[in-house]
Write a new protein. Sequence first.
Length: 169
Amino acid sequence: MEKKLVTVGNSVALVLDKSLRHALGIKPTTLVRVMTDGTRIIIEPSGERTPEAKRTNEITGRMRAIAIVRDLLERYGFANELFAQLSCGWPGRHPRFRANVYRFWLEDVAWDQLSEAELRVMRRFEVLHAELRTGERSWAEGIAAALAAEPFDPNDPAEQSVGVASATA
């Protein structure tokens, strides 16, 4: 969605349509946080979110996670060995569990009940994907960046497997 800024005095404003405000649970009195990452302006509501906003957030997160894994598989040839380095055998040590199965698991998992270990795995894939998209990083560099951004938690039983030692060595 592209929006045009509106001049208000010596400033500019961004007008948020009713449907967008409703999806995010934003009312005229809602306090929002405004941030930047250097290239984007990020606006998010502060405080408790409405059920509609929570559902929108769940759908958006699921779609982004699926798109990232699909792109890693189809564009970059995400091999099972590389998947294992970031997932540490999670979410199960079943020998036939593969990156492609993970994509289908994302479509069915109860999104509001994801464990912190599951979220860390998703964030590792997101960092890896961002690193590969630059076109300047190798798989090894992307995996190193993902593990630096979201290190394995040795105290989390979900991340206890044979893969931990080989991925961090």
